[in-house]
Design a protein around this ligand. Structure first.
Ligand SMILES: [Zn+2]
Length: 147
């Protein structure tokens, strides 16, 4: 996933999450990307530099990040929800460490209690799990696990 800074023709700035830059261009070409504030599809990418100067004083402050604005697939609200969900999962899931592939299989095949687990697995192991139809998701590192 990449995060792009976008701006509509009304100068509303927002973030969009896309699989890649070309995915954004493709969606934009089909008018699938719209401003969460005014729904305009006349969007342009802003340079992803840490500082971008806008003209004059901020007469139109950026909208609050999480409002009850209608969610579309590319809206920042959805991205935030996904991040929150992943964070929640990474906190509540049982840490099974390196037994992750083994436990995931046992849960998948009903040999043990179904629950959310997390842990470590190599890329090969994850691929094997996915091949077997077992859902595995990359999680952000949980903050409370760093020490
Ligand atoms: Zn707008």
């Amino acid at each position: 996933m990449i995060v792009l800074d976008l701006c509509c023709d009304q100068d509303h700035r927002f973030e969009g999450w896309f699989a890649s830059a070309s995915a954004f261009e493709d969606q934009q070409a089909r008018n699938l990307v719209s401003c969460p504030v005014c729904a305009s599809t006349a969007l342009r990418r802003l340079p992803s530099a840490p500082y971008v100067h806008t003209r004059g004083p901020a007469s139109t402050p950026p909208p609050p990040a999480q409002t009850e604005a209608p969610a579309s697939a590319s809206s920042p609200a959805v991205a935030a929800e996904v991040r929150q969900l992943l964070r929640h999962m990474s906190r509540t899931a049982e840490n099974v460490g390196e037994r992750l592939p083994e436990e995931a299989r046992r849960i998948h095949y009903g040999e043990t209690e179904a629950r959310d687990i997390r842990g470590q697995a190599s890329a090969e192991e994850l691929e094997a799990l996915l091949d077997e139809g077992i859902m595995v998701l990359p999680l952000p590192p949980p903050e409370d696990d760093l020490h």
